[in-house]
Design a protein around this ligand. Structure first.
Ligand code: RIB
Ligand code: CA
Length: 323
C-alpha cells in the first residue's frame, strides 16, 4: 500500500479525487489537509469531512490548513466568471459526524513526514499554501516524499484568468516556493492534461448504478459542477466537465494515463496580467535544469478505467489496514 497525503480545497472535483483515493486498492490515505481555495477554509474542511463520511471513511483524519495565502496579494482578484457556479458552499452530502483534528495541517504534514519510515506521496489539488508553509518551516521534509503530484498550472491556457490556472493563481508565491523546493519528483497535472479527460452525466449514471459509496458520492456531487462548467467554460462535449483533481489519482493508479515531459517550469509572482502564470520552457530556451514532470496530455479511456475501478470497490468502507 502506497501512503499518501491529500491536500484539498473540497470542491466537487476534490471530492472525486478523495473518493478515488480511498477506493484505489493500492493507496493508503494517511490524512486529508484542507486549504482555502474553491471555498473558505471552513467550507472546504466541512466538505472534506462530509465526503469522507459519505465514503464510509470517517477513520481518515482531516487537518485544517492555512486560511490565507502565503503572502498578501499585490493585486486584487481579477473579476471571474465562474464564482459560485462550480462548487456549492456545502456539498449535497449528509452533515459530517465529526470535526477536523485539533492539530493544524502544516504541523501535521511536517510531523508525519519526519516520522515516516517509508517514503510518502503528497497529492496537492488545492492552492499550494499548506505545502509551501510546510517546506518553509521544515525544508528537510522533501527527503521523505517520493513524489509530489500537483493539480495546477497551464502551459497553453489558464482558467481563472487568461494566463493563470485557479490553484496557482490563488497563491502564486506558494506555488513558486514548491516548484523550487527540490522534491525528488514533482509531477504537475495542468489544464493541458486535465482538459483531455471529462465526465458527463452518462458516466454519473454508470457510477450511481455501481451502488457503492464511491459511485454514489461522486454521482451526487458532480451534477452541479457539470452544469456550472457547461455554463461558464463549455467543453467540446456538451454537458461535460474536466474533473481536474481526479486525474492526479488516476495517474497514481496508472502513470500511462498521461504523457509527461521533464521541463523547467516557473511561476509569475510579479506581473499584473500574468500573475500566477506557469511558464514552461518547452524549447529549452533557458539554461535551467528541468524541475517538473509536466503532463501535456491525458487519455480518456485510461482515466475512465481508473475511475471505475477505484469507485466500484466497496473498499471505501474499509478502515485502516485495508487488505
Ligand atoms: O483549476 C482547477 C483546480 O481549481 C481544481 O483543483 C479545482 O478543485 C480548483 O481547486
Ligand atoms: Ca481542488
Amino acid at each position: 500500500m502506497r501512503p499518501i497525503i491529500l491536500d484539498v480545497d473540497t470542491g466537487n472535483d476534490d471530492a472525486v479525487a478523495i473518493a478515488m483515493a480511498v477506493g484505489a486498492s493500492g493507496l493508503d490515505v494517511l490524512g486529508c489537509t484542507t486549504a482555502l481555495g474553491n471555498l473558505t477554509l471552513s467550507q472546504t474542511t466541512d466538505n472534506t469531512l462530509r465526503t469522507l463520511d459519505a465514503l464510509g471513511r470517517s477513520d481518515v483524519p482531516v487537518y485544517a490548513g492555512r486560511a490565507k495565502p502565503l503572502v498578501p496579494r499585490p493585486y486584487p482578484f481579477a473579476p471571474g466568471r465562474s464564482s459560485g457556479l462550480m462548487h456549492e458552499a456545502t456539498l449535497p452530502l449528509a452533515a459530517a459526524g465529526r470535526g477536523a483534528a485539533h492539530e493544524g495541517a502544516v504541523d501535521w504534514i511536517v510531523s508525519t513526514l519526519r516520522a515516516a519510515t517509508e517514503p510518502i506521496t503528497i497529492v496537492a489539488v488545492a492552492p499550494l499554501t499548506n505545502i509551501a508553509a510546510a517546506v518553509i518551516a521544515a525544508p528537510d521534509i522533501v527527503e521523505h516524499v517520493d513524489e509530489l503530484v500537483i493539480m495546477g498550472g497551464g502551459h497553453e491556457f489558464g482558467n481563472r484568468t487568461p494566463a493563470a490556472e485557479f490553484n496557482i493563481y490563488a497563491d502564486p508565491t506558494a506555488a513558486d516556493v514548491v516548484f523550487q523546493a527540490g522534491f525528488e519528483r514533482t509531477v504537475v497535472m495542468p489544464l493541458d492534461a486535465t482538459h483531455d479527460v471529462v465526465m458527463d452525466r452518462a458516466m454519473l449514471e454508470r457510477l450511481d448504478a455501481l451502488g457503492t459509496p464511491g459511485g454514489s458520492t461522486v454521482a451526487a456531487v458532480l451534477d452541479f459542477y457539470i452544469t456550472g462548467h457547461d455554463l461558464t467554460h463549455p467543453m467540446e462535449q456538451a454537458a461535460s466537465a474536466p474533473v481536474h483533481d481526479a486525474l492526479c489519482i488516476a495517474y497514481l493508479m496508472d502513470p500511462e494515463v498521461v504523457e509527461l515531459r521533464h521541463v523547467h517550469a516557473s511561476v509569475d509572482t510579479t506581473s499584473f496580467h500574468n500573475y500566477g502564470r506557469t511558464t514552461v520552457d518547452v524549447n529549452q530556451r533557458l539554461d535551467a535544469e528541468p524541475n517538473i514532470w509536466w503532463a501535456f496530455s491525458a487519455d480518456q479511456a485510461r482515466f475512465d478505467r481508473a475511475l471505475l475501478s477505484s469507485l466500484q470497490s466497496a473498499s471505501s468502507n474499509e478502515g485502516p489496514g485495508k487488505k
